[in-house]
Design a protein around this ligand. Structure first.
Ligand SMILES: [Ca+2]
Ligand SMILES: [Ca+2]
Length: 286
């Protein structure tokens, strides 16, 4: 009789341990879950929880969880800052105050041909309109972006013959920048290989330069589409030198959805579509 009792007691103890362990595991998984989504979707869903926990061991070797600022790994686009909400979730909210700018060089000219005090004011207005705030002056400002720095000025019209020649000049320019960056060792090994291929194979020259630049422009969100905002690094500095750049880039977005796909980019640069395959270096989320 003694032995079965011991056995039953042992089974009961095992069952209790099992229940406790699986409960702990379930809670742990609940905490773990948000971390999974931090790298790939943090910029697409702005209110998602980014509660992170770091595990340390205390003096007794027990695992303890230390909560860290949910904003640490949160990226907010221009005009927004990260704030932790009541539930401890990271959230991007519109910047409340922009620094007062006195330097006229900080002024910017937008796609609506309006001069603003600073880039911060433009991004903040776009954020208000995106979020449906009553501070939004006009719904069209959802797509407000900076064309160039300085006050708006009269731009010479881009003539048809200038526009006809523009894709060729742009391709040339892109290839030369890529080559310069390779010479200065400023490309990653992945893009250096694309550059070498472009040097050695004439037929790949324009395609590789175009692919590299498109990948380079696709910043945040890294979604294999270049938004008008992401075009800023090439549009703003070229505006003063190339009056055709703005209409050229506008034409690139063929379906007018404010995003330029690799296909659209290749088409507007007049590169053979068969050569425009996605060869971006994927370093994020891996
Ligand atoms: Ca993008
Ligand atoms: Ca498009």
């Amino acid at each position: 009789m003694r032995l079965p009792r011991v056995l039953i007691a042992a089974i009961l103890v095992l069952l209790v341990i099992d229940v406790v362990t699986s409960e702990k595991l379930r809670k742990y998984k609940k905490f773990k879950h948000p971390r999974k989504s931090t790298t790939t979707t943090s910029t697409t869903t702005e209110s998602e929880s980014l509660t992170l926990e770091e595990e340390d061991e205390d003096d007794d070797g027990e695992k303890v969880q230390t909560f860290v600022d949910p904003c640490l790994k949160k990226h907010c686009s221009a005009g927004r800052i990260c704030q932790s909400n009541d539930d401890g979730e990271a959230e991007c909210v519109c910047i409340e105050t922009c620094p007062e700018e006195v330097d006229p060089r900080r002024k910017v000219c937008t796609n609506q041909n309006t001069t603003w005090g600073s880039d911060c004011e433009v991004y903040r207005m776009r954020c208000w309109c995106d979020k449906g705030s009553d501070k939004c002056e006009d719904d069209s400002m959802k797509h407000l972006h900076i064309e160039y720095y300085g006050e708006c000025r009269e731009m010479p019209e881009c003539l048809d013959e200038e526009m006809d020649d523009f894709p060729r000049r742009m391709r040339d320019w892109l290839f030369n920048i890529m080559r310069d960056m390779a010479d200065r060792d400023e490309l990653t090994p992945h893009y250096k290989a694309l550059e070498r291929e472009a040097e050695n194979n004439q037929t790949r020259r324009w395609a590789n330069a175009a692919i590299w630049k498109w990948c380079d422009l696709d910043g945040e969100p890294h979604d294999r589409r270049v938004s008008r905002h992401e075009l800023f690094p090439i549009r703003a500095p070229l505006m003063a030198l190339e009056h055709c750049i703005a209409p050229f880039l506008n034409n690139c977005d063929e379906n007018d959805d404010h995003k330029i796909t690799l296909k659209e980019w290749g088409k507007c640069l007049q590169v053979d579509p068969d050569e425009m395959e996605d060869r971006c270096e994927d370093v994020r989320g891996e």
